[in-house]
Design a protein around this ligand. Structure first.
Ligand code: FAD
Length: 318
C-alpha cells in the first residue's frame, strides 16, 4: 500500500486537531505517514500522538536550521521527501501557511493541487475531493490529473478516528537551499491567551452577531459556562466589536462543532457557509422570521440579552 504524507500541524510540538483529521483521511487513501517539521527533541512525543490516529511512520525533520524562516524551507523538505517516498498523495492543513507550502510544492513536483477540500474519498485508489464554493451554494468534486495529488483540507472536514499505527520515527534531513532562506520572521507576538478553546477545534461554539449591539458579555458568559469557543458574524467583526480571528463564515473560519449557538445572527448565506455542518445548531434571535431558524435544531425567539444570561445561570447551576 502506498504512503500518504500528512504534514503535521503543530505549535512547538503540540499537535493540533487538524493533523488527526488528515491522518483519518489519509487512511482512506493508503498508509499514513506523518511529516513533523519541528524541534528534534519533540519527535518521539509527536510520534506517540499521531500513531494513535494511524500514522505508520513519522518523518522527523529537525527545524533547527530553518526555524524562523517562512514557508519555503518546508516546501523544499516536502519536495525531497516526496521524491524519496513516492507517496500516493500529500495532505496539508488548509491554513494560510499550509496553502502556501502546498502551492510551492505543487510547482516543484509539477503536480496538481486542490485547496480547501471539505472531504476526500478514495475512488479506485485515487483521491477525489469535495470543495464547497460560492458560500456553500455549489459543491465541486475534483481530482488531480497530473503527478502526486497535493490536497489542502479545511479543519473539521473529518471526524478524527483513532486507529493504531506503528509510529516509527525516521529522521529526514533535507538539503535546504539558500534561496529558501530569504525571508525570516523578525518578531512574532503570541495571541493573548483567553483560556477558551481554539475556535477551529472547539466542541461547542457560541457566536454573536450584530444583535449583540457590541456587548459580547452574554456571549462570553455562556461560552465560559459551557467551556466553549467564542465566534462572531462578519457584521460584528466589521463593526470593530471583535477581532477577525473570531469570524465564522465564507471569509472567516469554517467550524463544525457538536453544538453551535448563534445569537443575534440573521443567518446570511455567507455565515452559514462557515457553520452549517455543525452537528446541533441553536439560534437565539428576536425576529421569528430570521433565516437562521431555517437550519436550526432548536430555536429561541427572544432577546439574547435575557435568554443567554438565563441559560448561563442554568448551566452554572449544574
Ligand atoms: P444582521 O444580518 O444584521 O442580523 C442581526 C440579527 O440579530 C437579526 O436577525 C436580528 O433580528 C437579530 N437581533 C437584533 N437584536 C437582537 C437581540 N437583542 N436579541 C436577539 N437577536 C437580535 N458574514 C459572516 O458572518 N461571515 C462571513 O464570513 C461573511 N463573509 C462574507 C463575504 C462576502 C463576499 C459578503 C458579501 C458578505 C459576507 N458576510 C459574512 C456578511 C453577511 O452577508 C451578513 O451581512 C452578515 O453575516 C450579517 O451578520 P449578522 O447576522 O450579525 O447581522
Amino acid at each position: 500500500m502506498s504512503e500518504v504524507l500528512v504534514l503535521v500541524d503543530h505549535l512547538d510540538g503540540a499537535v493540533r486537531k487538524p493533523t488527526y483529521e488528515l491522518l483519518t483521511i489519509a487512511k482512506r487513501l493508503g498508509e499514513p505517514s506523518a511529516v513533523f517539521i519541528g524541534p528534534a527533541d519533540k519527535a518521539t512525543e509527536v510520534a506517540d500522538k499521531v500513531k494513535a490516529y494511524g500514522a505508520e511512520k513519522v518523518y522527523a525533520v529537525d527545524d533547527a536550521q530553518i526555524k524562523g524562516y517562512l514557508v519555503a524551507p518546508a516546501a523544499e523538505a516536502l519536495q525531497q521527501l516526496a521524491e524519496k517516498a513516492s507517496p500516493a498523495a500529500i495532505l496539508i492543513p488548509s491554513s494560510v501557511g499550509g496553502k502556501e507550502i502546498a502551492a510551492r510544492l505543487s510547482i516543484k513536483l509539477e503536480s496538481g493541487l486542490i485547496t480547501d477540500a471539505v472531504d476526500v474519498q478514495a475512488e479506485g485508489g485515487a483521491p477525489v475531493t469535495t470543495q464547497s464554493v460560492f458560500a456553500g451554494n455549489y459543491t465541486v468534486t475534483a481530482k488531480v490529473t497530473q503527478g502526486t495529488p497535493i490536497i489542502t483540507v479545511k479543519p473539521n472536514s473529518a471526524a478524527p478516528e483513532e486507529s493504531a499505527g506503528a509510529g516509527s520515527v525516521e529522521e529526514f534531513t533535507p538539503e535546504i537551499s539558500e534561496a529558501a532562506k530569504t525571508a525570516q520572521i523578525v518578531a512574532s507576538q503570541p495571541r493573548k491567551a483567553s483560556g477558551r478553546p481554539d475556535l477551529n477545534e472547539a466542541a461547542i461554539v457560541v457566536s454573536g452577531g450584530r444583535g449583540t449591539g457590541g456587548d459580547f458579555e452574554p456571549i462570553e458568559g455562556l461560552a465560559d459556562a459551557l467551556g466553549a469557543a467564542v465566534g462572531a458574524s462578519r457584521a460584528a467583526v466589521d463593526s470593530g466589536w471583535i477581532a477577525h480571528t473570531f469570524q465564522v463564515g465564507q471569509t472567516g473560519k469554517t467550524v463544525s462543532p457538536q453544538l453551535y449557538i448563534a445569537a443575534g445572527i440573521s443567518g446570511a448565506i455567507q455565515h452559514r457557509a462557515g457553520m452549517q455542518t455543525s452537528k446541533t445548531i441553536v439560534a437565539v434571535n428576536k425576529d421569528e422570521e430570521a433565516p437562521i431558524f431555517e437550519l436550526v435544531d432548536f430555536g429561541v425567539v427572544g432577546d439574547l440579552k435575557t435568554v443567554l444570561p438565563a441559560a448561563t445561570e442554568k448551566v452554572n447551576e449544574r
